[in-house]
Design a protein around this ligand. Structure first.
Ligand code: GUN
Ligand code: FE
Length: 448
């Protein structure tokens, strides 16, 4: 496979690279072999040879090759719930909408009716890697991993753990013992799936959040994480209610609890992480764990603003999550915009000539390029996959944005946009309609 055309990516946080005409060569294993530009002496001859052999995908004017998006936090079973009940506080939303819906995934055939639609919607929106919460049920959770494999999405799938009867409803709960046994079986089943030899799908240890799990469950899962060198995901300090729950029951922050239970590792993804102390940030950094920033969901449920600026400035690993269905939109392009907007609402007025400290936090804004870096490179670092930019040795997880697609909102008149303007417009205005082609590990998974 070889693709030639205009290319954008953001290898360095806060900066970008643009080539008007690049040639990306991809090996049979789906890894990028080389990225050539017109400055390379062999560019023209190689490109001609590939075209003559029918092996070149040539992009048209108005089309841009960009890295695939990484969604670090998706609740797959909540897809039918997207857009419902978002006026409610988190606790009520979980009890009234989420738990009754998730309980239905005990029926594997129900899962098989929902999950293919979601995985396809995410791929069509450019999400080449997704980190999923499934439900407590093993068969339905394995089914999600199989569906990712079939559709060709890089999937990180968690069978959810929740065993605390004081917080989980009687119809949606597991025992500690059964939950730990099921999790171990799930890890083995996903790793052994036929067609998963390259590790395209991976099991993730998934304690839902502190309130839903007993201390024994957290400890047991910590041991499994060490034994299987497995990814871990959970909700961390997501709302004022969740933060207060941890203080009342453990006298600690969520980060400290997860650390003490063996769940804060270099393969851990902490969704949200709103109320972080300085010690929490240091602990996350020491562990080389990652944060999934979910800006739109935070605006509904957190009752506080995310300290994204501080997290970026301290070089913590951080990427973006849609948090479907705590936010209703299945697009990481949209999440980039949400991350910028979230930071602007938090910011004070110093840039607009208002006295510092009059409201909000000084200097807390996040740029469009930083948001896009989180959506690509930051996400790739969080999942320990070589994805998110174009370089030899990285997987070819990529998409083509077409400004001239039917029903496009992108308007890019000739000669009016600098490369930076162009990229910012692509980040803001790329919609599903614009995403023509998507590849994961070199395999074309969307083409329209
Ligand atoms: N905290 C615990 N469970 C959930 C969930 O399903 N969604 C969100 N947004 N937060 C949670
Ligand atoms: Fe969530």
């Amino acid at each position: 496979l070889a693709v030639r055309g205009a290319l954008f990516h953001c290898p360095v946080k806060g900066d970008f690279e643009h080539h008007e005409d690049a040639l990306v060569l991809v090996g049979a294993d789906g890894q990028i072999e080389s990225v050539l530009t017109q400055a390379d002496p062999e560019f023209a001859a190689l490109s001609d040879t590939l075209a003559a052999a029918g092996k070149l995908t040539q992009l048209a004017p108005g089309q841009y090759l960009m890295p695939g998006m990484v969604d670090l936090h998706v609740h797959a079973p909540q897809w039918p719930q997207a857009g419902k009940g978002l006026d409610l506080p988190l606790y009520d939303w979980l009890q009234d909408y989420t738990f009754p819906l998730e309980a239905r995934f005990e029926d594997e055939s129900f899962a098989r009716s929902v999950y293919p639609h979601l995985v396809n919607a995410l791929l069509a929106n450019g999400t080449t890697s997704a980190v999923y919460f499934a439900t407590v049920h093993n068969p339905a959770s394995v089914a999600l991993a199989e569906i990712c494999l079939e559709q060709g999405q890089r999937g990180y799938v968690g069978k959810v753990n929740m065993d605390d009867p004081s917080q989980c409803p009687p119809y949606y709960i597991e025992t500690t013992e059964q939950g730990l046994a099921d999790t171990e079986a799930f890890i083995q089943q996903v790793r052994a799936l036929p067609g998963n030899e390259q590790g395209l799908v991976n099991p993730v240890i998934t304690p839902r959040f502190v309130p839903s799990c007993t201390a024994d469950m957290l400890k047991g899962l910590g041991k499994l994480a060490q034994r299987y060198h497995c990814h871990v995901q959970t909700h961390c300090s997501e709302s004022d209610w969740a933060r207060d729950y941890s203080q009342e029951h453990y006298g600690q922050t969520d980060v400290a609890i997860y650390r003490d239970m063996g769940l804060l590792t270099s393969r851990t993804i902490l969704a949200h992480s709103i109320f972080l102390t300085d010690e929490d940030m240091a602990a996350i950094r020491d562990a080389n764990a990652a944060i999934a920033h979910c800006p739109l969901s935070n605006m509904y449920f957190a009752n506080a603003a995310m300290k994204t600026r501080e997290v970026l400035d301290r070089d913590l690993q951080v990427g973006l999550g849609t948090d479907l269905a705590g936010a209703p939109i299945p697009s990481v392009f949209h999440t980039c915009l949400d991350a910028v907007n979230h930071s602007r609402v938090r910011e004070d007025g110093t840039d607009t000539h208002r006295p510092a400290g009059e409201r909000g936090e000084a200097g807390s804004r996040v740029s469009f390029l930083e948001a896009y870096w989180m959506a690509t490179v930051g996400g790739g670092l969080a999942i320990d996959a070589r994805v998110g930019l174009f370089a030899p040795g990285y997987a070819f997880d990529a998409l083509v944005v077409d400004a001239n697609a039917p029903d496009s909102d992108l308007y890019l008149p000739e000669g009016m946009d600098s490369p930076r303007d162009l990229l910012e417009k692509l980040i803001c205005l790329t919609r599903r309609a614009n995403i023509r082609t998507v590849w994961v590990q070199g395999r074309q998974v969307i083409n329209k």
